[in-house]
Design a protein around this ligand. Structure first.
Ligand SMILES: [Zn+2]
Length: 186
């Protein structure tokens, strides 16, 4: 799935969960953690596979449920220790959402090779198209098709819900930019 597809699904789930648990929309810092969590597996695995060559594929180490089963409780425990429980919960939700939203549509047609990454390294992975570094991947890995258009649609829906939620995080973003500008000028 494309980055904005991951972000859209996670935002819709997270705003539903904050409405259910706290009867309010999401807050800025957990929302930032959610956004980072939604991209985290790709930010780790793809550079380490395609640029550095440490990992055997772009969906391996942090895309594995085995690693997530260790990592998610650890990050949540750290967040609770820092008295930032909701930040940890949001990151974990974003991260886990990424893993399941990476499942390709072909799986629903019976091609189970598309979910092999969830059991890395226990299960043999299907061969990955050769990628000549991260830039090449960005330029050529993703192609536009009906599934990608669907993801763009999801992003628009999530953006509308975010707007209706009162645009959480936007005010804090502007104030951070203003503070940065003041610091640069002084
Ligand atoms: Zn991914």
């Amino acid at each position: 799935m494309w980055p904005w597809g991951h972000l859209a699904v996670a935002y819709l789930l997270y705003t539903a969960s904050t409405r259910f648990r706290f009867d309010r929309p999401p807050r800025a810092w957990p929302l930032l953690a959610l956004a980072v969590g939604t991209q985290f597996p790709d930010l780790v695995d793809k550079p380490l596979a395609w640029s550095v060559g440490i990992l055997p594929g772009g969906r391996t180490f942090t895309h594995s449920l085995l690693v997530a089963a260790l990592f998610v409780p650890a990050i949540t425990a750290v967040a609770i220790h820092l008295d930032r429980r909701e930040v940890g919960v949001a990151f974990a939700l974003g991260y886990v959402t990424h893993l399941f939203t990476d499942v390709p549509p072909s799986v629903f047609a019976g091609d189970l090779a598309g979910v092999a990454y969830l059991a890395w390294p226990l299960v043999d992975q299907p061969p990955e198209d050769p990628v000549g570094g991260l830039l090449d991947a960005i330029l050529h890995y993703y192609a536009m098709g009906p599934y990608e258009v669907f993801q763009l649609g999801l992003f628009v829906v999530a953006a509308l819900v975010w707007y209706r939620d009162g645009r959480p995080g936007l005010e804090r973003l502007w104030s951070s930019i203003e503070r940065l500008e003041t610091r640069v000028r002084s």
